[in-house]
Design a protein around this ligand. Structure first.
Ligand SMILES: C[S@@+](CC[C@H](N)C(=O)[O-])C[C@H]1O[C@@H](n2cnc3c(N)ncnc32)[C@H](O)[C@@H]1O
Length: 211
């Protein structure tokens, strides 16, 4: 069993929050996303932030490779869903939610071109060597002008094995340097995360615009 399947199977899902992410609530309105537009949530888990985005009038499109996360999202929120089988993935639907079950790197959907995306605990969850491919997937699934909110987590990588993997501001600027406009909205010192024995932990919030 792979790392993430094991984490879900053993209920080690400490990243999952019962409350909506306060940085999402603080910054999403300033992105000025088109009314009712589709929002992509890569590596969505069973995030309740998807409910908040839906409450803003958005259609929410999730990508998640652990089926248990998807079915739990629907059952915990008392949503009936339908399943459609595709060659590379399954699609779980309960309007306004559509969740693609599969590896985010394998999901081929030419039809998918969203206006906005939300990345909390997604880019920091993937192996650093896959980050370039991940950015390419974001580009493939977004329209020119699409806007993204990215929340990162940075610490001295040698002090802990990921995930989460450290992703610092310079790395974000570099990874999105080709074809995206990058703006750092806030940088936060996270003292409570020092419990993990890390000498510093910061989190940054970025607004990204796909050119
Ligand atoms: C750290 S959790 C964050 C979940 C969610 N973004 C949140 O804030 O609660 C990362 C999630 O990504 C999923 N995941 C990891 N690698 C993936 C991949 N390559 N493709 C799709 N999902 C993946 C895991 O199963 C897990 O649910």
């Amino acid at each position: 069993m792979g790392f993430w399947h094991n984490r879900w199977a053993t209920q080690q899902t400490g990243w999952h929050k019962a409350d909506f992410n306060e940085l999402l609530l603080k910054y999403w309105p300033s992105l000025n996303t088109p009314n009712g537009c589709e929002v992509l949530v890569p590596l969505c888990g069973k995030s309740r932030d998807m409910l908040w985005l839906a409450n803003q009038g958005h259609s929410v499109i999730g990508h998640e490779m652990v089926e248990q996360a998807i079915t739990t999202f629907f059952s915990e929120n008392k949503l009936n869903y339908s399943i459609e089988e595709k060659t590379t993935h399954k699609i779980y639907t309960s309007k306004p939610f559509t969740i693609y079950h599969g590896n985010v790197f394998d999901i081929e959907s030419r039809a998918l071109k969203v206006d906005a995306w939300y990345d909390r605990a997604a880019m920091i969850a993937i192996e650093p060597s896959n980050r370039g491919t991940y950015v390419e997937q974001i580009r493939r699934h977004t329209k020119p002008g699409a806007v993204g909110l990215l929340i990162t987590f940075a610490y001295p990588q040698e002090e802990m094995e990921g995930p989460p993997f450290s992703l610092n501001d310079d790395q974000v600027t570099e990874l999105f340097s080709n074809g995206f406009k990058v703006e750092c909205l806030e940088n936060i010192q996270l003292d409570d995360d020092k419990d993990r024995g890390l000498s510093f932990v910061t989190s940054s919030v970025f607004k990204l615009i796909r050119i």
